[in-house]
Structures are given as C-alpha cells and as structure tokens.
Design a binder for this molecule. Structure first.
Ligand code: MG
Length: 315
C-alpha cells in the first residue's frame, strides 16, 4: 500500500478499549501519517453508524483501505459494511475479547499491526448471516446466550472487562434450564434435544477455548458444535473436555460443517448471542456469505491459545 493509492478510512469506536489499546490505536494512526498516508478518522456513534461509515468507505473511489479500532461488535459492523468490496480491512484490536483479531493472529502490540500493514498479506473472510443479521465469528445458543444477555443488561454503554462476566456466568451456571433445540444442516436434522449449540467461523472462542477447532474463516463453510447436555455436572464435564481439546471425539458431542444451518426450539425460549451481543430469536436461519471481505492479517500467524490469553488478560 502506497500513499498514492488513496486515503485510509480509520474507523474508531471511542467507547471500546482499555487505555493501553486506545494508545495503540492512536500510535498506529500517527505511524500512518508519518509514512505519508492521508488518514481520515471517523468516531462511531453506534454500531449501526460503524456499518454506515464502512459502507461509505467501500463505495468511495478515493479510499484505498479501511482500518477499524474497536472490539468484536464494531469489527463485525465494519466488516458488514464492507461486504462485497475488495478494499482491505485491518483490525486494531481494542475490545475485551477481540475474538476475530485473535483468530487472525493479532496481539495488541503496535509492532504486530505495523508489520502486518507493511507486509500487506490479504486473506478472504467469510461472514455469517443469522436471520439477515451479520456475524463474523460465532453464534451461541442457550447457556452463553443467557450470559451475554445479563452482561449486556448491566453494561450501559461503557467498556466491559472480564470481571463483568463473572457474575452472569455464575448466575447462569446455577439457574440455567437446559432447553431442547433442533438443529438442521443443509435441511437434514442432526440434533433434537437438550444441549448447547455453537455455529461459527473461528476456532478459538472466549478465553481461547477451541470449541469449533476445525473452523477456517475463509473456507466457505460454517462449523457447528453441539454439546448434548441437560445438567450442571454434564456441563462441567464438557467444559473440562473442551479445555483439554478432547470434546469433539466424545460421544455426546456432534461436530459438523455446512453452509445452511437452522436452529429452532418448539418448547422453550432460548437466548442467543452473535459475536458477544444478544442475537435474534429462534428459529434462526444461518447462512454463509463466502469471501465477503478482504482482511489484512499477519502472515503465518496462529491464534493465541488459552495460556497466552490468560497472560494477556491479567498482564
Ligand atoms: Mg469457515
């Protein structure tokens, strides 16, 4: 990328990020200016606004690429706005989890971001569509949907950190009723019963858990993992098996890939989440939008695992 190619649309969520990641965002902006690039900064007023800003950049002939400094929600909306455009997207991770940036192999160091920019290595990113609502990373049904609902109710617009999840996870663990769900892949019923369902595009979930461990964000497929589960004891067993990466081999876990997935429930209301925000109600029809966005990623980098994530979270 050269300054002559056009300006860089720099979309920033002013609400997201701890002070350290905000600093990285500013430093990268200064780095680009020093290199002679024209940087046009836009602060997002809402998630919808993040999507609009990206759409404007996508159709502007003079714009060469888009940088987004924000968390998973902001990144999702910007990716949605860029859908179908070949303008590269570079993420400066500024959220609590940064699931997508982590999947690409980013950490929050300025050096990783500048190196990635200089190398200019591009990969296609598929998006998911859940009842018409876009997601980049994961849709969760049941337990984590309930956790996200409680976290978002107490959030009130400010930046959240890991501690904001402790209470909701604890409450959900003791109160959650494992509701029955039906899951279809390409029209074929693969599950009908009580459990937890995950559909997504990235191999590492919260805290680096490898729930969808075969997922590839650019293979044109969504991965589906279903934990058959009806009790707290069973959930603990699944959690341990997931931490030690043995869950997919277990008889009470179903793992599939597909392009069209439907999740429904006839009996109870199931909370959902997409990319860490409350998701649409069931029934949910999920489809993949292959190679929707071009993302600039560190070449050859691997997603960070549980140990790296814990060190980062407390350091
Ligand atoms: Mg995939």
């Amino acid at each position: 990328m050269k300054p002559d190619d056009g300006y860089i649309a720099y979309i920033v969520n002013p609400k997201s990020g701890a002070s350290s990641s905000k600093l990285t965002g500013r430093q990268f902006q200064e780095y680009l200016v020093k290199k002679g690039f024209e940087v046009r900064v836009s602060l997002t007023a809402s998630l919808d606004n993040a999507c609009e800003l990206a759409t404007d950049a996508a159709v502007d002939y003079d714009c060469a690429m888009v940088v987004v400094a924000g968390g998973d929600g902001t990144v999702r909306e910007v990716a949605h706005g860029l859908e179908g455009s070949d303008k590269p997207l570079l993420i400066v991770p500024c959220g609590t989890e940064n699931l997508l940036a982590n999947e690409f192999g980013f950490d929050e160091k300025l050096k990783t971001i500048t190196r990635t920019f200089e190398a200019g290595y591009i990969r296609p990113l598929d998006l998911g569509s859940a009842n018409g609502k876009c997601f980049t990373s994961i849709a969760g049904f049941g337990f984590d949907g309930q956790v996200v609902k409680w976290v978002s109710e107490q959030r009130k617009g400010h930046h959240i950190d890991y501690f904001d999840y402790v209470g909701p996870i604890w409450r959900t663990f003791w109160n959650y009723k494992f509701g029955a769900m039906k899951v279809e892949v390409e029209g074929e019923e693969i599950f009908n019963g009580r459990g937890l369902v995950f559909v997504g595009n990235i191999s590492r979930y919260a805290m680096g858990l490898q729930i969808l461990h075969h997922a590839d964000f650019g293979d044109g497929l969504l991965d589906v993992c279903i934990y058959k589960c009806a009790s707290r004891v069973h959930l603990l067993k699944h959690s341990v098996m997931t931490v030690v990466k043995q869950h997919a081999a277990s008889g009470d876990v179903i793992y599939r890939q597909g392009k069209n997935i439907t999740v429904s429930s006839e009996t109870v209301h199931i909370e959902t989440e997409i990319d860490g925000d409350p998701g649409p109600d069931l029934p949910m029809e999920i489809t993949v939008i292959p190679q929707a966005v071009s993302v600039m990623v560190p070449e050859g980098a691997k997603p960070a695992g549980i140990r790296t994530r814990i060190v980062r979270a407390i350091g």
